[in-house]
Design a protein around this ligand. Structure first.
Ligand code: ZN
Length: 686
C-alpha cells in the first residue's frame, strides 16, 4: 500500500510491451520538454485537470493490443524491454561459462526455445504432478503445501499482498525489534487476484467467476485430467471458502492489525487443521521459533480447511495450481489458455505479447540484479545520478522546511519528524551491492526448471537473512524497473535508474518539468515516511507512534478528509475508489507534489522563472505532473486495480493538484468549477 510510488503491477497487467507506437507529439516535446500538443485547451483546468493536460493525447492514443494500459510508465517499460533484450543478447554472445551473464543468456534462450518446449509437452511438470498423486494423508498434504512456500509477498516495501500459494513469506525487519529479521506469514491460496473476485455479487464479477471455472476445467483437460468440469467445480468451491477466510485489502494494509507475533507452538493452538510441523519442515522453517502472522483470521480459516476439506479436492487444487503456475513455460495450448483468462478476461488485453518480451520480463524476474548491472552501465551515466541526487537534496531540504512551518505540531513531534528525515537513507539509480547469483543453476533447455530454481534461490536467499543483522543497503527494486519505493522499516528510499529518464527526468529541458514529474515521485516517497502508516514508524523503523495524541488526531482528521475526497470518485457507476485502501498513497501524492513545488522554488534561489509554450512556469509544473500520470486503461484492468491496488487510478492522482493553493493561483480556478475545493476543504497533510 504504502510504498510503491507508482503503479503496483500485478503479473496479469504488467505486460511490458512495445506495439504500435502511440502518438506522443515528439516535435513539441523536443521544443519545450513537455507534450504541448497533448493538452486539450477546450477543457477548463478547473473542471478536469487530467483531461486538460492530456485530452488530445487520450483521443489520439490507442492502447497497444498486447497491453491492458498505456501511458508514461508503459512507454518507459516498453523502451526498457527493448533495451534489455538487446543487452541480454549481446552480452550472452561473449559471456564466459558459468558467469552471471552466461546465466542470463541461457535463461533467456531456454524461454525462447519454443520448439523444445513443445516437444517436451507436460514432461517438465511430471515430477510435480506425480508428487501430488502420491499424497495419501493430511501430513503429506501439509508437506506439499509447505514445499510451495516462497518469498513472494511484501507488506510494506513493494506492497505485494498476493500469492497463489496457500501462504506467502516475507522476510523483513521485525517491526518491534528493527535490528533483526522476522518471517512474516501472509494469506494466499487464491488463483484469482483477490477475495472480491470470489465473493462480490456484482454482475461483472459473477461473469468472471463463470469464465474462471471454465478456465480451470480447460487447463485440467489440456493436462488429460478426467472429469475436468466436476473437479473444476470442487476447486472453485474450495477457493471460495479460502476467500471467505481472507482479510480485505484495506485491512491487510493496516500494520496495527498485522503485527501479530506467534511462537511456533501457537500455530497448533491458534490455527488447528493444517499439520504445521510437516508444513514448516517442508518449507525449511522447521527450527524457526517465531513468526509474524499478518492476517491471523485468514491463517486460522485456511488452516481449518486444510483439515476439513476432502483430500481429493485438495489434490485437484494442487494439480490445477501447479499447471496454472507452470503454463507460461509449457506448450502453446497452455500458454494461450493462461493468457485468455489471466490477461484477456481479467485485464481486457486482446492479444498475447510477443515471446521475446515475455522472455525479457521473466529473465528480469529471475536474474534481476545481473540484468540491472548491465542496464546501468549502459543507460545510467554518472552525470544523471549526480543530477538526481542534487534533486533529492532539494526535496529533503524543502520537506524539512515544511516540517518547521506546520503550526499545529507540538515541538516534540516536530523534533522526532526532523530526526526521522535526517536519518532517511536515500539511494539513487542502483544498489551499492548486487545479488550474488553463483548459487543459482541455470540449465539451457529447461525453461520451467530454471524458473523454479530461480524462485527457490530467491526463497533461500531470504531465509538466510533470518538470524543475521539487518542490511539497510539492500534494495527491493531492480534498477531497470520503472518505479520507486519507500522501505519504512529500513527508513530508506530506492529510486531506480529506469524512472529517472525522459519524459520524467531530462537534462535538456527546464528543471521545472523535472520537478513536476520525477521530483513529485521523490517527494511522494519521502513523504511515505510520514504518511498515515509511515507516521507509525520511528527513525529506527520501530513500530512506535512518535506523535503526541493531539498531533496524531489532527493528522488522522486530515487523512479522513482525503479518504472522503477519493471515496467520491466513481470510475464506474457500480464502483467507487476506496479512499481508505488508497489513503497512504493519496497522502504521499499531495505531500510529494507540495514538496516538489517548494524544492523547485528552492533551487531557483529567488531567480525569476520563465514559462514556455504559452504557459507560466507554475503552469508547466502542474501540467508536467498531470502528464506524468497520463494513462489509458482497459475496463477489466481498471476494475482489477480498484480491488487490488493501494493506489488510486492515475486520473485521480493527477487531479490531486486541487489540494494545493498554488494550483488555484496558477490556473485561476474559481468556485463552481468541478475540481474546486474551498480553502478549508483542501487537504494539507505536510
Ligand atoms: Zn507510494
Amino acid at each position: 500500500m504504502i510504498r510503491i510510488a507508482l503503479v503496483a503491477l500485478t503479473a496479469a497487467v504488467s505486460a511490458a510491451v512495445m506495439a504500435a507506437a502511440p502518438a506522443g507529439a515528439p516535435g513539441s516535446r523536443a521544443a519545450h520538454g513537455i507534450d504541448l500538443a497533448g493538452i486539450d485547451r477546450s477543457v477548463a483546468p478547473g473542471d478536469d485537470f487530467f483531461r486538460y493536460a492530456n485530452g488530445t493525447w487520450l483521443r489520439n492514443t490507442e492502447i497497444p493490443a498486447d497491453r491492458s494500459t498505456y501511458g508514461t510508465f508503459a512507454l518507459l517499460a516498453e523502451l526498457n524491454t527493448k533495451r534489455t533484450a538487446e543487452l541480454i543478447r549481446t552480452a550472452a554472445a561473449s559471456a564466459s561459462p558459468g558467469s552471471d551473464t552466461a546465466k542470463i543468456g541461457d535463461y533467456y534462450a531456454s524461454f525462447m526455445d519454443e520448439t523444445r518446449i513443445e516437444q517436451l509437452g507436460l514432461e517438465p511438470l511430471a515430477p510435480a504432478l506425480a508428487r501430488v498423486e502420491a499424497i495419501k494423508d493430511r501430513s503429506a498434504l501439509a508437506q506439499a503445501l509447505g514445499r510451495q512456500l516462497r518469498a513472494d509477498v511484501d507488506v510494506l516495501n513493494n506492497t505485494n499482498l498476493y500469492t497463489p500459494n496457500l501462504f506467502g513469506l516475507w522476510v523483513a525487519q521485525d517491526l518491534d525489534e528493527p535490528g533483526s529479521y522476522s518471517p512474516f506469514l501472509l494469506q494466499g491460496g487464491l488463483a484469482m487476484p483477490d477475495r472480491d473476485y470470489y465473493l462480490n455479487p456484482s454482475a461483472p464479477m459473477a461473469a468472471i467467476r463463470d469464465k474462471y471455472q471454465a478456465h480451470v476445467a480447460a487447463v485440467l483437460e489440456l493436462a488429460g485430467v478426467a472429469d475436468a468440469r466436476v473437479r473444476a467445480g470442487h476447486i472453485f468451491a474450495l477457493e471460495r471458502r479460502i476467500a471467505e477466510a481472507h482479510v480485505s485489502r484495506a485491512d491487510s494494509e493496516d500494520v496495527r492489525k498485522g503485527n501479530n507475533h506467534w511462537s511456533r507452538v501457537e500455530f497448533e493452538s491458534q490455527a488447528p487443521g493444517l499439520d504445521w510441523q510437516a508444513f514448516f519442515a517442508a518449507a525449511g522453517l522447521g527450527s524457526q521459533p517465531r513468526f509474524v502472522v499478518w492476517q491471523p483470521g485468514a491463517v486460522k480459516g485456511i488452516s481449518a480447511l486444510a483439515g476439513s476439506e476432502p483430500l481429493e479436492t485438495w489434490k485437484d487444487y494442487l494439480r490445477f495450481h501447479a499447471l496454472e503456475r507452470a503454463s507460461p513455460y509449457l506448450t502453446k495450448a497452455l500458454v494461450q489458455e493462461n493468457f485468455e483468462f489471466n490477461s484477456h478476461v481479467l485485464s481486457g488485453t486482446p492479444q498475447l505479447r510477443e515471446r521475446w518480451k515475455r522472455a525479457v520480463d521473466d529473465t528480469n524476474g529471475a536474474l534481476g540484479d545481473a540484468v540491472g548491472k548491465l542496464y546501468v552501465e549502459r543507460y545510467f551515466p554518472a552525470s544523471e545520478k549526480a543530477r538526481a541526487e542534487a534533486m533529492v537534496r532539494n526535496l529533503l531540504a524543502a520537506f524539512a522546511t515544511r516540517i518547521d512551518r506546520i503550526e499545529w505540531m507540538a515541538p516534540e513531534t516536530r523534533r522526532q519528524a526532523k530526526a526521522k528525515l535526517a536519518s532517511l537513507k536515500v539511494e539513487v539509480g542502483y544498489p551499492d551491492r548486487w545479488i550474488d547469483y553463483s548459487g543459482l543453476e541455470v540449465v539451457r533447455g529447461d525453461a520451467l526448471g530454471n524458473a523454479e530454481r530461480a524462485e527457490l534461490f530467491d526463497y533461500h536467499r531470504n531465509l538466510a537473512k533470518l538470524g543475521k543483522p539487518v542490511d539497510r543497503s539492500e534494495w527491493c527494486l531492480e534498477p531497470q524497473t520503472v518505479n520507486a519505493v519507500n522501505l519504512p522499516a529500513m527508513n530508506a528510499l530506492n529510486f531506480p535508474a529506469a524512472i529517472l529518464q525522459p519524459p520524467n527526468f531530462d537534462p535538456r529541458r527546464d528543471p521545472v518539468l523535472d520537478y513536476g514529474a520525477a521530483g513529485a515521485v521523490i517527494g511522494h516517497e519521502i513523504s511515505h515516511s510520514f504518511d498515515d502508516q509511515g507516521a507509525l514508524f520511528d527513525a529506527d523503523g520501530r513500530l512506535r507512534n512518535w506523535w503526541t495524541r493531539d498531533d496524531f488526531a489532527h493528522f488522522e482528521a486530515a487523512g479522513k478528509r482525503l479518504a472522503e475526497q477519493f471515496d467520491r470518485y466513481h470510475p464506474f457507476p457500480d464502483v467507487a475508489v476506496n479512499g481508505r485502501q488508497t489513503l497512504s498513497e493519496n497522502i504521499a501524492d499531495v505531500a510529494g507534489l507540495a514538496d516538489a513545488l517548494d524544492a523547485w522554488r528552492l533551487q531557483l534561489g529567488g531567480k525569476p522563472a520563465a514559462g514556455a509554450g504559452g504557459l507560466s512556469a507554475e503552469q508547466l509544473f502542474f501540467v508536467s505532473f498531470a502528464q506524468f500520470w497520463r494513462q489509458k486503461i482497459r475496463e477489466p484492468a481498471l476494475r482489477q486495480r480498484l480491488v487490488t491496488d493501494g493506489h488510486a487510478p492515475a486520473e485521480y492522482r493527477a487531479d490531486t493538484v486541487r489540494n494545493l493553493d498554488a494550483w488555484y493561483q496558477a490556473f485561476g480556478v474559481k468556485p463552481g468549477e468541478k475540481l474546486y475545493l474551498a480553502p478549508a476543504d483542501r487537504v494539507r497533510v505536510w
